[in-house]
Design a protein around this ligand. Structure first.
Ligand SMILES: NC(=O)c1ccc[n+]([C@@H]2O[C@H](COP(=O)([O-])OP(=O)(O)OC[C@H]3O[C@@H](n4cnc5c(N)ncnc54)[C@H](O)[C@@H]3O)[C@@H](O)[C@H]2O)c1
Length: 254
């Protein structure tokens, strides 16, 4: 098999970076995009890189033109960029914060898929993975825009799988649980400020609300992404796949 050509948005850190590492070690060529130029600069020299905001359509169009020129096509899109958004009760939530959180997840995945679809249709093959969350299965009190965006991604995945399936393109959603790292440290800090619960309490509650009493790692998510993009998963499409130790109580304040 020739090397898969894989594009990962939000790929300079966290889960996206882990995806890039694991895809590459499985033999793929990777291209990462990120809004954080400093983080991008620390990525391996052999990765394709684009510094852009996923909500910027013109930048996305230029990226895909570059991919077309350098790679001649795209096998796998990981529409992964997302922000955790504010932690606040609804009455204290700013419209601008709501919009930004929803836009990065949802507009970002829409635009990445919009430009990937014609390439993949032409190839009559391709895989799209959108990074939703356990927040795409449950309500998350005080994380309204995040949960709304992550549920919306499930609708996007479901519809795209139907629209693109006849063209040989598979579309699935990945739902990570709580992933160790600086991003969740920030979420816990904000949760603590709004609920009055200690950071230690919240950290433990993320694990104790799962059957396996656990957090997960970026690598756990990346390994699933590589499997879903592989020929072994050739008839897996339209699915919402959690990698979270089975969350059953998502409210970290409980
Ligand atoms: N960390 C978790 O516990 C967790 C759990 C479930 C789902 N997720 C989802 O996984 C995805 C990756 O999150 P992560 O934990 O790796 O976070 P992260 O903050 O470590 O990484 C996200 C990356 O996306 C980039 N980014 C943010 N806004 C962007 C934009 N507008 N355009 C381009 N790049 C942008 C950031 O600079 C960063 O490098 C997100 O969609 C997130 O919602 C994370």
């Amino acid at each position: 098999m020739t090397a898969q050509r894989v594009l990962i948005t939000g790929g300079a850190s966290g889960i996206g970076h882990a995806m890039a590492m694991v895809f590459e070690s499985a033999g793929a060529q990777v291209w990462v995009t990120d809004v954080d130029a400093d983080a991008l600069a620390t990525c391996p020299a052999d990765w394709g890189k684009a510094c852009l905001d996923v909500t910027d359509e013109a930048a996305m169009a230029t990226l895909y033109a570059d991919i077309e020129k350098d790679w001649g096509g795209l096998d796998v899109l990981c529409a992964n960029a997302g922000t955790s958004g504010p932690a606040a009760n609804i009455e204290d939530m700013d419209l601008a914060d709501w919009r930004r959180c929803v836009s990065v997840s949802l507009d970002g995945a829409f635009l990445a898929a919009k430009y990937a679809a014609p390439m993949m249709k032409r190839q009559k093959a391709g895989v799209m993975l959108v990074t939703s969350s356990t927040a795409g299965f449950f309500g998350y009190p005080r994380r309204l825009p995040y949960a709304a965006a992550k549920w919306a991604l499930i609708g996007l995945k479901e519809t795209l799988a139907m629209e693109l399936g006849p063209h040989g393109i598979r579309v699935n959603a990945l739902c990570p649980g709580a992933v160790e790292g600086p991003r969740m440290d920030g979420v816990i800090e904000r949760e603590s400020a709004v609920t009055g619960k200690s950071p230690e309490h919240i950290r433990k509650a993320y694990a104790s609300g799962t059957s396996m009493q656990t957090w997960v790692t970026g690598n756990d998510i990346a390994e699933m992404a590589v499997f879903l993009a592989s020929p072994q998963a050739r008839f897996v499409s339209g699915q919402t796949i959690a990698v979270d130790g089975h969350t059953y109580n998502p409210d970290p304040a409980v």
